[in-house]
Write a protein that binds this ligand. Sequence first.
Ligand code: SF4
Length: 347
Amino acid sequence: MTPSPTDLPALRAALLAWFDRSGRALPWRVGPEGGRDPYRVWVSEVLLQQTQVARGRVYFERFMEAFPTVEALASAPIDAVLKAWEGCGYYARARNLHRAAGIIAQEGFPAHYAGWRALPGVGPYTAAAVASLSGGEARAVNDGNVRRVLARLGGERQPTERWVQARADELLDPARPGAWNEAVMDLGATVCTPKNPKCPECPVSASCAALASGDPAAFPAPKVRAEVREVRAVALLLGDTQAAVLERREGTLLGGLMGLPTQLLAPDELPAAALERLAARLGARVTGELGTVTHTMTHRRVTLSVYGGEGGPPRTPVAAEALSRLDHKALALWERREGSLFAERKS
Ligand code: SF4
């Protein structure tokens, strides 16, 4: 069900009146409606792509303290930016933020959606959010929250991307696009939640087809999960948790990040064969197995067999690099082994 042209003004008025009363006070909502601080909005949108708002707030404050302005971010060394990004998800996002900050520091903030889209790492959602929240441009945002709210309002069980964007564009209030987008985000986060939506408190319940159906939480139908791919690899720890051989990884296994030298296993390959290739490449000798760690990402589950060794390239300080959680787990194996050897020596 789509609101008729006569219902639309009432629906917009109801949601915006609710937002004016109950909108969330968030640290990136600085400045007037439609004229929010673009730096804060941009950073928050990139940061919140993989983080819940409650946790995202902490990371956001930490990032703002380290880099209070776009100029401060642009002039910071990339290693400092990656370090400040620890815990915030894909490091490619931090690299893109840094690159884009360099462009903005030279050219100023983009005036329109197209200018934001042209920056590294800025996709349609982030561009629409910053252009509307900071520039007052009539661009509708479309993310998981928006998808759920619009699917319920329209009574659509299987909303396609195209369907959601068309509904979002249609409902967007052209007079208050920034407030409208913030209002839909807030409704999805606080009232029209994935489980147990609070329909009695909802300002747009009179226009909601999912509520009329009697089972609003059944909209939209759950997405079929993509299969998780199993990835097996071996890693060699040359050194210890203070100083070790670290390499910048390439390819699909945490590409772009620094980490322990790693070799992916070919299908049906035994770890020993991959380990031999890795040790030969590094000019190192394997001294023993430290253990196995596993790490699950969105579409991959990595099983990493970690070995100790000697020889090979010079060591670098581990604390200076932003490492993935997989590498932290691998280094913890070494600490555990050292701890048990120490205990054995004492007994
Ligand atoms: S009435 Fe319920 S299901 Fe419909 S939009 Fe409001 S909270 Fe969501």
